[in-house]
Ligand binder design. Structure first.
Ligand code: TRP
Length: 376
């Protein structure tokens, strides 16, 4: 394999490989860049630009301008996002959810949160259904711990709540041909039937609000860009079914701690899970991939590269809210004044402080899990 082939970018809902070129994704997927102008428009309602907007974690959208136009005319929207419970939640997962919570607070709007135990079961030969269902409920604790409002948060567990989704999924499925699904998702002859039908299930929450309340309002989906194919096919049929097209705001992938920011489910040391004890967090951060040099002497002389450093990314997206301090850290790193050990120690402290709080809230969430379950 040549280096080029190894680095070839593949981005589908079930596989992300190679170096991700976000500009190219905007072109290939046909989405809109999240321009300064639209960020400012959003910030007006959000009490300033939130860190995740300012640092351009969110970089692309579909119809966010339409959502804001309608909002200004008095038509509200609902939020929709989700999680495939394939394992424990790691810190990277929290970042777009934290932003979703800002949106819920700013617009005082309802959130539908889909827990796709069905999806994770059908796409993986090695996964059994009871475990996947259980993981869904465990992952929900992390969502609740972030402080979403119970009266405005409706978690849908696909297997348990299928009765609420099924009629909508049927309406959707009937209008999408196999040929469209195959070319959108790359299905093969060997793809199982559950997987092939699944996109109709992920489309259903886009439209569920009307069924539950009688109100026909658009939904806005904060999600990583790999989920876009689902919304593409959903947007094509929305109007035929009498709904608004679902709008999106897309985030970048959050880096793991492995080489090149990789995070691998088979290498648990490349991600920090929300339930990790502090000593383990320390070890993981200590082993993380940085932009540092082979020796201290070399690094002091030549400086290091924060662009490729996973530790610097964690500061950027979550753990250094102060722009000035972040840019100072960047400068000192490049100049060889701050060494990787310094950054790792500081990050460990911040992550462990955050996790201690999060873990407390996660425990408390066990008592209120049912309050967040979709209300019928
Ligand atoms: N397919 C997503 C995953 O594997 C889960 C999901 C369902 C989702 N509905 C969503 C993610 C809406 C974002 C927005 O993680």
């Amino acid at each position: 394999m040549t280096d080029n082939e190894k680095n070839e970018m593949i981005v589908t809902p079930w596989e992300v490989k190679g170096k991700v070129n976000y500009e190219r994704l905007i072109k290939e997927f046909g989405t809109q860049p999240l321009t300064e102008q639209i960020r400012q428009r959003l910030a007006k309602y959000m009490n300033g630009e939130h860190l995740q907007l300012r640092r351009q974690l969110f970089f692309s959208h579909r119809d966010l301008d339409t959502i804001l136009d309608l909002y200004e005319k008095g038509i509200k929207f609902v939020l929709y996002t989700g999680r495939g419970p394939s394992g424990p939640v790691h810190i990277g997962h929290l970042v777009p959810w934290i932003f979703t919570k800002h949106l819920q607070d700013a617009f005082n709007t309802r959130l539908y949160f889909q827990m796709t135990d069905d999806e994770k079961f059908v796409i993986d030969d090695d996964r059994n259904l009871p475990d996947t269902i259980r993981l869904g409920h465990e992952n929900a604790l992390d969502i609740i711990a972030l402080g979403f409002k119970p009266e405005n948060t409706y978690i849908i567990y696909d297997v348990q709540d299928i009765d609420l989704l099924y009629d909508i999924a049927l309406e959707v499925a009937k209008r999408i041909t196999y040929s469209t699904a195959r070319s959108t998702f790359g299905f093969q002859d060997s793809t199982n039937l559950g997987w092939i039908f699944y996109p109709a299930i992920q489309a259903a929450p886009c439209f569920i609000h009307k069924k539950l309340t009688g109100e026909n309002v658009p939904c806005l989906i904060p999600a990583a860009i790999d989920q876009d194919p689902f919304w593409r096919i959903t947007r094509d049929i929305a109007q035929k079914l009498g709904y608004y097209k679902p709008a999106q705001i897309h985030n970048r992938f959050l880096p793991g701690l492995g080489v090149g920011g990789k995070m691998n489910a088979h290498e648990p040391e490349t991600a920090i899970f929300t339930t990790d004890p502090s000593e383990l967090v320390k070890q993981k951060i200590w082993k993380a991939f940085t932009g540092g040099k082979g020796t201290v002497a070399e690094q002091k002389k030549e400086g290091a590269d924060p662009e490729i450093c996973t530790i610097f990314q964690y500061f950027t997206y979550l753990f250094e809210p102060d722009d000035k301090k972040l840019s100072d850290r960047n400068t000192r790193c490049r100049a060889g004044q701050t060494l990787c050990g310094d950054c790792k120690r500081e990050l460990t402290e911040r992550v462990n402080k955050f996790l201690a709080e999060h873990q407390k809230k996660r425990e408390k969430a066990k008592d209120v899990l049912e309050k967040f379950h979709i209300k019928r």
